[in-house]
Design a protein around this ligand. Structure first.
Ligand code: CA
Length: 721
């Protein structure tokens, strides 16, 4: 730590000790203020429920609002107050921040929008000009989950790893720092959090071979204060701290070659009383533990909840939800802090429903596991042993020797879409899923014992041939396409450890949640609706068709005495790009235009009209390809194209469905893929990953898939018209 960092730390500590700056009290009514938020104001967020000042509204991230002007008795009168068109066609995942009548939010390619929260009028917009070629490192769309605000500044991170500070009033840039090794495929999609004048930010990339970490930057200068790596590096280089030296004992082989993973790409929460920051870590890189750490080991701190000292960046305690992760079971899912009465005693708890399908309640002072129960169908483990705190794996969980069908799939029983906790009902609401995963260990690794080919950048150690063959075999058994995965809304009682009610959704990939003191629960859906439920019973009280799939979580706020409920609409993310069945999703039917919608009682603005898509697969050009070339094309497609354009070349409708390519795109297929001539539209140049022959073979594979689906027609795709 250098002298100036020490001085800044001392200054930060002084400011905390002397209380909040005077301007933080009672926001001025006379003239607009711009995001004059600090820790004292966020900690006292319930005293100004008109604002949504931090990612989960409060530091504890319950996503519960005390506002109740809109309530179960009048919610049917909700109407659109305003809409703002972002002009984008990909996923929108941000939680807007609203302070004193101003809304700050983010969209595709990390663009920031400042809007008048009462009218939707754009005040300013900031485009960080993310190089579009970086999109190929983004497993899960060019999305961004929002900004943080602090003392008149707006903070956000870019897909290509920069952390940026803007003037909240003008959108002018105050500072920008690079947070990553730019030679490595790191991405940032998460929202920063700000604690004690430190901006906290992690990153993603564990499907591409990176080492996870998160960092704290000084809010006023952008200087790095501390960084915590979540997995140990090569021991030869020395360990950054004793925590990592101890963690290295839980790894084997040359794990650092594949980076190890453990990326911190989403969840954080903070308890000001305990002065503890909670952080969720991601999956192993690669997924397959046989490759990542041959000889076993828990591989700390993969898939863990870390309790941190926010001043020093040192670990207080950890709890690993999925030891020896083998399935992409991240613990980056939303963390909620609450005080629950358990067996007559008030406990300060932390709750998480990570991908692995268990609902965890931990004592957040000590890290002690209180309960862990299946909130969704799970086949990889039978239960969690409360004595050891460890899951009991089933024999079906390993795929070292044979291909396995495992529930949940890598997309998880719950992904990044935030849950919500309502202290009134005592329920936690979870945007839940029931996806089935096909896991097969890389054939190359099985045969050679070596790391699988690294020229395919999306490389979790999975054998795509076996994956495809298994999927095709299942389709043959069923006599048709695989049924869509189940997506549903679940109300979970964390004390009774059971489901209270569930609502089925047509699409498996749906929106995050908001609950309010008006006994309401709001959620947008993948099939293109925005819905209000009774928080206690789950009864649908109000719904508006949006024609746009919604994945972002709603927020609520008040301006000039009127309560608004706002949400971003724009389908995307991993489930929207590749995992879904376009027949169940709005993005399969309508153009995926991006909007911010704000509703209020008696709102009269018309919902925007969204154009319908053409679903006819056009006639395909002739292409010469041998059986071996088609096979290579399929393999290359799975390794380089599938993650965005969908399995079997069937897109979820967010990025182009390659079966629908018009003749003019077929004519320049090689120029698009190999030379990157439309990289400005987000399609990266891939010449360093595939040869021109590979591109030809991929093209042949895509054409063969289109021809298969043209004749005979696939129900719901090209038979709709
Ligand atoms: Ca992952």
């Amino acid at each position: 730590m250098n002298t100036s960092t020490r001085m800044l730390l001392a200054l930060a500590a002084f400011c905390v000790a002397c209380g909040a700056p005077s301007f933080a009290k009672s926001p001025a009514k006379v003239s607009r203020t711009y995001a004059l938020v600090d820790g004292a104001r966020i900690a006292a967020a319930d005293s100004e429920p008109q604002n949504w000042m931090a990612h989960g509204r409060t530091y504890g991230e319950q996503r519960f609002s005390p506002l109740k002007q809109v309530n179960a008795g009048n919610v049917e009168k909700l109407g659109l107050a305003w809409s703002y068109a972002t002009g984008t066609l990909r996923g929108l995942q941000a939680t807007p921040i609203v302070v004193d009548g101003m809304m700050f939010t983010t969209g595709v390619w990390s663009v920031v929008y400042a809007l008048d929260a009462k009218t939707g009028q754009e005040i300013w917009k900031y485009d960080p000009e993310v190089p579009r070629e970086w999109g190929r490192y983004a497993c899960c769309d060019a999305v961004n989950r929002g900004v943080a605000v602090w003392k008149g500044s707006v903070y956000f991170a870019t897909l290509d790893g920069r952390l940026v500070c803007l003037d909240a009033r003008t959108g002018g840039r105050r500072w920008e720092v690079n947070t990553i090794d730019r030679s490595k495929p790191y991405t940032i999609t998460g929202a920063p959090r700000i604690v004690k004048d430190k901006v906290l930010i992690g990153n993603g990339g564990a499907e591409y071979g990176v080492r996870g970490y998160f960092s704290a930057y000084d809010a006023s200068t952008g200087k790095l204060v501390w960084r915590f790596y979540t997995v140990p590096g090569n021991p030869k280089d020395g360990f950054e701290n004793p925590e990592l030296e101890a963690a290295a004992k839980t790894w084997n082989g040359e794990w650092w070659v594949g980076g190890g993973g453990g990326t911190v790409w989403d969840s954080m929460a903070y308890d000001p009383d305990l002065d503890t920051l909670y952080v969720g870590t991601g999956n192993g890189s690669p997924w397959a533990r046989d490759i990542r750490s041959p000889g076993g080991g828990d591989n700390l701190f993969l898939s863990s909840i870390l309790a941190m000292n926010p001043d020093t960046g040192r670990l207080k305690w950890h709890y690993q939800v999925t030891p020896a992760d083998n399935w992409d079971y991240t613990a980056t899912q939303h963390i909620i802090l609450a005080d629950l009465v358990i067996e007559g005693k008030t406990r300060k708890v932390l709750m998480q429903a990570p991908k692995n399908g268990f609902f965890y309640v931990l004592d957040r002072e000590t890290g002690q596991l209180i309960s862990a129960d299946k909130f969704a169908p799970v086949t990889w483990a039978s239960r969690v042993d409360l004595t050891t705190g460890r899951p009991v794996e089933t024999p079906e969980a390993t795929y070292s020797r044979e291909t396995r069908l495992i529930v949940p799939a890598p997309v998880g029983a719950h992904n990044w879409q935030p849950m919500a906790y309502n202290p009134g009902t005592g329920l936690v609401y979870i945007p839940a899923m029931q996806p089935m995963g096909i896991y097969a260990l890389s054939k190359e690794f099985q045969e050679t014992g070596k790391y699988p080919r690294r020229d395919m950048f999306w490389n979790p150690g999975i054998d795509w041939d076996a994956f495809i063959d298994t999927a095709l075999g299942l389709m043959e058994q069923l006599g048709g396409p695989l049924p869509p995965d189940r997506g549903y809304l679940k109300a979970w009682d964390p004390l009774q450890k059971k489901t209270v009610w569930e609502i089925e959704h047509p699409a498996f990939w749906n929106g995050g949640l908001l609950t309010t003191a008006g006994d309401l629960l709001f959620q947008g859906t993948g099939d293109g609706r925005f819905v209000a439920y009774a928080a206690d019973t789950g009864k649908i009280l109000w719904a508006v068709p949006t024609s746009i799939g919604i994945i972002a979580p709603p927020i609520t706020y008040e301006v000039d005495g009127e309560q608004y409920v706002a949400v971003m609409a724009g389908y995307g993310g991993s489930g929207g790009l590749s995992g879904g069945d376009p027949r169940t999703m709005a993005s399969g039917k309508y153009v995926n235009e991006g909007y911010v919608f704000a509703f209020k009682l008696g709102g009269k603005a018309p919902m925007p009209r969204v154009a319908e898509k053409n679903h006819l697969i056009p006639e395909q050009p002739a292409i010469d390809a041998t059986a071996a070339q088609l096979e290579n094309g399929k393999y290359r497609y799975m390794g380089t194209c599938m993650v965005c354009h969908g399995a079997l070349a069937m897109s979820g409708g967010v990025v182009p469905d390659l079966r629908m390519l018009p003749p003019e795109k077929h004519a320049i297929f090689n120029e698009i893929v190999y030379d990157g001539i439309i990289h400005g539209a987000g399609m990266p140049k891939l010449s360093d990953l595939v040869s021109e022959q590979d591109v030809h073979d991929i093209h042949a594979y895509v054409i063969s898939r289109a021809n298969e689906d043209r004749n005979p027609p696939v129900p719901g795709v090209d038979s709709e018209k």
